[in-house]
Design a protein around this ligand. Structure first.
Ligand code: THU
Length: 123
């Protein structure tokens, strides 16, 4: 699956976001190296800081199924990942992170490129 196809899947997932406060619906779709797919959405809360981003939801779904860092091939997101999510994407060592830019083109990066000069991860 390409980054563009994963973004399309993330757009479909975003319709299931729970975002009554921001009304900003975000979706994320993870593709594992062995071909499994996990979707995530943002889930907000009346205590605003407790809300969860779509990227984290997708990674938590994958982790719950037993997926581990290094086993994810790509993630498509409907929005540019926030700083906190960039840290999560780095932890999961995702080689392809795809999201749409405002001008409609698709941004594709390795997770490490989105968080330069950060600390080392465990073996
Ligand atoms: N959001 C995400 O789900 N992912 C991001 O990387 C950017 C922000 C969500 C959090 C909040 O529910 C809403 O978008 C507005 O910030």
């Amino acid at each position: 699956m390409t980054g563009a196809e994963l973004i399309e899947r993330a757009v479909a997932a975003s319709s299931r976001a729970y975002a009554p406060y921001s009304e900003y619906l975000v979706g994320a779709s993870v593709l594992t190296s062995d071909g499994r797919l996990f979707d995530g959405v943002n889930v907000e809360n009346a205590a605003y800081p407790l809300g969860v981003c779509a990227e984290k939801s997708a990674l938590v779904a994958a982790a719950t199924a037993g997926v581990r860092p290094g086993e994810i091939a790509a993630i498509g997101i409907t929005a540019s990942p926030c700083g906190g999510c960039r840290q999560w994407l780095h932890e999961w060592r995702i080689p392809l992170v795809a999201f749409p830019r405002a001008d409609g083109t698709i941004a594709e990066y390795a997770a490490g490129e989105l968080l330069p000069d950060t600390w080392d991860l465990p073996e």
